[in-house]
Design a protein around this ligand. Structure first.
Ligand SMILES: [Zn+2]
Length: 410
């Protein structure tokens, strides 16, 4: 990979553009690359040859058997994706977006020290390494480590400004510490941003160049893909709608403001609303809730209840749908996206919430916006975040998305 650093800026940009299209399409012939990029056939031949020689692309017979098609080389190596939320999990992802194995989800104390945080990272990486060795043999062949963290981060510095467990060490350069411990390129992304890249390159978003992904978990965030590029804004804070004001709440948020969207839509607040709503013993829609049992309510319980017709669970989600739709309508009416994907533990498999959001949202959209907009949710629970970190790592290899990746030692 050393050869990459000798490329001129123009060559690197063109190689990067070709790589981006191949990542999004899986495999492409030279003619298809010409059609997508607008480069001459001579240029495409030159750059694809360079990328094959560099080990980034591999060539194989195309559909007709006479033409060659190009795809990301399996031999390029894998990416260790680390998903940080209330737990930390590592996932090993290959260059085709396939998750090879994953660690346990390790919980940690909310006042964890940076040293203990790094020890958990070390633990999950160790688990992935060991599981990969026992199932596939050999080492992980990792080319990068990517971290996904919710909220306000600075990917250039590798710090998190708002991670709840790093309140006393928010200037600590997490990615520097991990990168120097493992000796490979390490980077950080907001989790909704990683998710939108995962859908763009390996999931349901391949056809879209203008796409929003709403992540609904303990936090509420929006990943924005505009004209094919991830949009993160001037302070890397674009899409953080969780702490914007909703008219449907005036409750105090943990951020210190009142009436943030997350005071209605976060996982813990949805569960709290449900607990507050149900009485000692109520019968709603034929489903019995017991007060004692309410302590055990998880978001999955709530989703199952809503899908089964429980009117209390449905009331909680309907309220959240109204708050979400009002926000999303304004955003969609301004940005005119092709697609809005809903992902995350609150809406994965939650047909009731998805239908409720669509029911509230569509009437608020301007007609040309509405007719162009595809809405979808995930009927399963597979998260795109690990795959998105893998795509981001591959894009960074050619210096596409972060200036720091140039000469990163990959
Ligand atoms: Zn807030």
């Amino acid at each position: 990979m050393k050869k990459m650093n000798d490329l001129s800026l123009l060559r690197r940009q063109r190689s990067s553009e070709i790589l981006r299209f191949i990542l999004a399409n899986g495999a492409m012939t030279r003619s298809e690359i010409v059609a997508c990029t607008g480069y001459t056939m001579a240029s495409v031949i030159k750059y694809t040859q360079f990328l094959v020689e560099s080990g980034v692309l591999m060539q194989e017979p195309g559909g007709s058997g006479r033409t060659l098609s190009f795809r990301i080389a399996t031999g390029l190596g894998n990416v260790v994706a680390i998903v940080v939320g209330r737990t930390i999990q590592a996932i090993l992802v290959n260059p085709h977006g396939v998750e090879l194995c994953s660690s346990d989800k390790i919980p940690f104390e909310s006042d964890i020290s940076p040293e203990a945080f790094l020890a958990v990272i070390d633990q999950v990486i160790g688990q992935v390494k060991q599981r990969h060795a026992s199932s596939k043999g050999g080492d992980m062949r990792a080319i990068a480590i990517g971290l996904a963290i919710g909220g306000y981060i600075n990917p250039r510095k590798g710090i998190s400004h708002s991670f709840y467990a790093s309140k006393t060490w928010q200037e600590f350069k997490i990615t520097d510490a991990i990168g120097s411990a493992y000796g490979i390129h390490t980077f950080m992304m907001n989790d909704a941003n990683a998710a939108v890249l995962g859908e763009k390159y390996y999931g349901d978003g391949k056809a879209f160049e203008n796409m929003l992904l709403l992540w609904l978990g303990e936090g509420t965030g929006l990943g924005l893909l505009l004209q094919g590029e991830l949009y993160t804004g001037a302070s890397f804070y674009a899409g953080e709608i969780g702490h914007t004001k909703t008219e449907l709440s005036d409750e105090l948020c943990y951020c210190g403001k009142n009436g943030c969207l997350e005071t209605v839509t976060s996982e813990s607040n949805l569960i709290r609303s449900f607990r507050n709503m149900i009485g000692s013993v109520v019968n709603s829609g034929g489903i019995i809730h017991h007060q004692d049992g309410a302590e055990d309510v998880t978001i999955q319980t709530l989703i199952n209840l809503a899908n089964q017709g429980d009117r209390f669970a449905q009331k909680v989600f309907t309220y959240a749908a109204k708050a979400l739709a009002a926000k999303l309508a304004d955003i969609c009416n301004v940005l005119n996206p092709e697609a809005l994907l809903f992902r995350g533990p609150i809406i994965d498999g939650n047909r009731f919430l998805f239908d409720a959001v669509e029911h509230e949202l569509r009437p608020l959209l301007l007609s040309p916006i509405d007719s162009a907009l595809t809405l979808s949710y995930n009927t399963g629970s597979a998260s795109p975040i690990g795959k998105g970190l893998s795509a981001a790592a591959l894009l960074q290899i050619l210096g596409d998305t972060t200036p720091e990746s140039e000469g990163s030692g990959l």
